[in-house]
Design a protein around this ligand. Sequence first.
Ligand SMILES: Cc1ncc(COP(=O)(O)O)c(C=O)c1O
Length: 389
Amino acid sequence: MKIPMVDLQVQYESLKDEVDAAIGNVLDSCAFILGPEVEQFETAFAAFHGAEACVAVSNGTDALTLTLRALGIGKGDEVITTPQTFGATLEAICLVGARPVLVDIDPDFYTMRVDQVESVVTERTRVILPVHIYGHPVDMGPLMEIAERHDLFVIEDTAQAHGAEYKGRLVGTIGTAGTFSFYPGKNLGAYGDAGGIVTNDTELAQRLKSLRNHGQQPGAKFYYHFIGYNNRMDGIQGAVLNVKLPRLRAWNDARRSHADAYRAGLGDLPNLKMPKESADARHVYHLFVMETDDRDRLTKELGNAGIASGVQYPHPIQLTPAYAHLGYRLGDFPVYEAACSRIVSLPMYPELTSKQVAYVIDAVRRVAGGELTDRLEAEKTSSPVFAAA
Ligand SMILES: Cc1ncc(COP(=O)(O)O)c(C=O)c1O
């Protein structure tokens, strides 16, 4: 049996008629950039969040960059964020000329250590940029208190957490703005690059709409209010997202039940650490990330059994060449650095079948089971999963 990390094919097959018709409408209307499908998605995604506005853009990186620009962040400004993220988060901060200032991460949830944030606030700090990494919400209550005390903007990087909740509120709606990626493999993914920003600040939304389209105001061509960008969403992406958005909640529920099954099947193994969920959080498991001392062996053996696995992310970001100028050293973020060498992700997507989940569990147990290995070896011959392998 082959099990990928994400299976976009199986999802497309289940949506084929609707997606093909929606894309066909865009082709018929030739509304290739922005247009009615994108506007429909903006309205629906804002309504999903109970937010005033959604601004659809070209991808999640541009969503971050535009939001920073729209808030006037630039040279000399500092943005407090987390090292446990995809490169785009730090990249966007640097691209507007600001400086990322990092804090360590929580050992259980991998989100930024909110209790370390205040100690790195300076007179140059303008923004806190939490990342709801892997689908687990950041502890937004104390973070918003710090932001209010120091008069800081909060941009929630929600690229991995569509539909996740903190104390019953959808993430992306708690700070000044929430930025989203609709990269195809995300919990809500388009069929190409796409992104969006959700905010209750309607003036900010207007600035974002202008910035994404070369500084022009909607409906007023060739008059440039700002030096802007070409960061518009394509009509085809809007059409695909309109088909998929009504399924997001059910897909997230399926991810949660796969995570429960993984935990139930693997949680007793002493040499594996399962992902946790804070009492304030509703995790949406963009990724199912566990920890092990022996990652290389686990990933190799899973590969031999046809099971894909991933490492998000293996290299301490502050030590990579692009971010060496920040001046951090090995040892500055011990929890994060330890996680980089121990974390490993199992296949996670809504359409995983219970048979696939059982197959993954059996394979992981076989490798990581330690003292259980012998018993499992004995059971192997009678296991339908291994018989099928
Ligand atoms: C946490 C995070 N932020 C930002 C991005 C950037 O999104 P995009 O790839 O759509 O530019 C990603 C994408 O993987 C991400 O995971």
